[in-house]
Design a binder for this molecule. Structure first.
Ligand SMILES: Nc1ncnc2c1ncn2[C@@H]1O[C@H](COP(=O)(O)OP(=O)(O)OP(=O)(O)O)[C@@H](O)[C@H]1O
Ligand SMILES: [Mg+2]
Length: 283
């Protein structure tokens, strides 16, 4: 199950597409993404050393194609640092991080990683407040370098369909013409997720997506994530255990502690694991 090649060529080599002609880097990279083993992301023996402090300590885990993986763990466990390593913001001191079988993320820039199909949602929503919901989705579509030439052109039918289906998915279709600045915190978070979806990410990383949401918004977010299951691979870091339970279903939950995996299994198994109980009660 170990990835084999150390190459970023799939990102830069349009031949990967095999069809010739002009193609977007996203399409190239995503078509070139080798998931023959059913695994989209590998982290192997990752260490991140901050001046002698190991924020990640031999962290090893992998994420399946189409999987919705929940990651939990006490404050300071290394969850955000793990996302920083995947997205190229922080370089591992040692260890390997692969996207599919062949893309070595440690050799790619943050922009290349994003173009290869990894989207990340930070905790604070960063929507364009003075633009409408529709315009925000439109702008997100156009930040894709491949559509730069069409920045001042009208959207084509396929692009409009993509925006409409995303508005429906977010249940924001009736508000499409409203300024994003007028939305509730939860609605802004959904819009930002929608903006990430405009780029068709293969893997979405979400760090504490329901922090600051009302109970009703949290429930709606669970519904949204459940509808993304299988269409995208998702890694969700959250402290809200009711929320985690409502999206983990019978899938794998990974518990991080002190920079490595403490336990992994379905929600019930990890909740009943004495080591997990100890780290949660003992701090
Ligand atoms: N740039 C940095 N320099 C030094 N130490 C850091 C840096 N970034 C993170 N750390 C430390 O690494 C550890 C892991 O931090 P991280 O933010 O990954 O934890 P987390 O699991 O996301 O926690 P939380 O649940 O509170 O968000 C913490 O002890 C943190 O203080
Ligand atoms: Mg964090």
């Amino acid at each position: 199950m170990t990835p084999q090649a150390h190459s970023v060529d799939t990102v830069n080599n349009p031949d990967m597409n095999g069809s010739g002609g002009t193609v977007s880097y996203d399409r190239v990279a995503q078509q070139g993404l080798d998931t023959t083993h059913g695994v989209i992301l590998y982290l192997e023996d990752i260490c991140v050393d901050f001046d002698g402090f190991k924020a990640l300590n031999n962290l090893t885990l992998d994420i399946g194609v189409g999987e919705l993986r929940c990651i939990i763990g006490p404050n300071g466990a290394g969850k955000t640092t793990m996302m920083d390593v995947i997205t190229g913001k922080t370089r591992p001191t040692s260890g390997q991080v692969f996207f599919g079988q062949t893309l070595d993320l440690s050799a790619m820039t943050e922009a290349q990683i994003a173009h290869a199909g990894i989207g990340r949602k930070f905790q604070r929503p960063t929507v364009f407040e003075h633009h409408t919901i529709y315009e925000n989705l439109e702008l997100a579509l156009k930040t894709d370098k491949a559509v730069w030439p069409t920045l001042f052109a009208r959207l084509n039918g396929q692009q409009r369909d993509h925006i409409h289906s995303t508005l429906e998915l977010l249940k924001l279709e009736k508000l499409f013409n409203q300024a994003a600045g007028l939305l509730s915190h939860g609605q802004k978070q959904w819009l930002e997720i929608g903006m990430l979806l405009m780029q068709d990410p293969k893997l979405l990383l979400l760090d504490e997506p329901v922090a600051g949401m009302t109970d009703a918004e949290t429930e709606r977010t669970a519904e949204l994530f459940n509808s993304l299951r299988g269409k995208h691979s998702l890694v969700v870091v959250e402290h809200d255990m009711d929320f985690v339970e409502s999206i983990a279903l019978d899938g794998k939950v990974t518990v991080l502690c002190d920079g490595s995996v403490l336990a992994e299994g379905n929600m019930q198994a990890v909740q009943n694991d004495p080591r997990v109980i100890e780290v949660y009660l003992g701090r």
